[in-house]
Design a protein around this ligand. Sequence first.
Ligand code: ZN
Length: 328
Amino acid sequence: MRSAMKSSRICIVASLFACFFPATTTVAQTENVRQMVLTIDDLPYHASGHPDTIAQANRVTDRLLSTLTEYQAPATAFVNESNLLINGEADARTRLLRKWAESGVILGNHTYSHADLNQSSVELFQREIIDGESITLEVMLSRPRYQRYFRYPYSHTGDTAEKKARIARFLKERGYRIAPYTIDSQDYVFNRIYLDARQSENVELAEQIRLAYVEFVVAATVFAETISSRVFGDEIPQILIVHANQINADALAEVLARLVQRGYLFVDLTKAMQHPAYKTEDRLVTSYGPSWLWRWSYSMELDISFRGDPEPPNWILDLYEESVSVDD
Ligand SMILES: [Zn+2]
């Protein structure tokens, strides 16, 4: 009630015209709307060094899908088919993929075993691509006409010009488009320590990590908006990368709510990539995995500073280092 009163008062103060002709304002807002694509990696479930149980994988899947439905957010999700074999639960884990497909999510290829192109020969990586598509294509049979997408693990697109060109050509011949990203949620950092905190029943810490994650994704989004304007003269449809993990099961809805507040509309990858920015060639040859905004800036020979690219808070990074070092 209070918000209705408040908004009607703002309406009178702001513009009587807009209040009487709401359709006019709706059109203007639609033209100015920001576009965001959700991409979700490492299906069916990413356990971040914690036990990978089918029960948890099921819960995470259901919550992610209900968030996507709630926000009417189309998504493209990338599968590592070797992970379907974990614990000998191939049928149950393939059923998870079917849930994604039935919810309208496009499933793409992320190689069979999350292969690192830096560490692979061209031939081995081609085998990973072929082996990584068999079950996914079968699950997607009910959607015979859709664009196939491929996402490079670690965003390693080729550490030599020859590898990069040969794999890109191979993907094109098999009907794949390469899925770029412009915003890295770095959720694997947050997720690991979030699971640590939950495991030790430190509810307060888990909640602090979850909230820090939401803030980080928003900060990374704001940075991508600024940089894309510098590279292309205007904002472009952004592509966010997250993983099928626990922290997104518990925080993605809040992330999406914040993005809606920033004026974002969720669109699918194919629509977003119709924007001219996505026709820009990626000519960067590197062993690192930077965002496509950086690749395009380099390829266009622009002298743009990426200073200010946000990192997770130090206390998050410290907890992560500590957690990883226990494994070593
Ligand atoms: Zn991955």
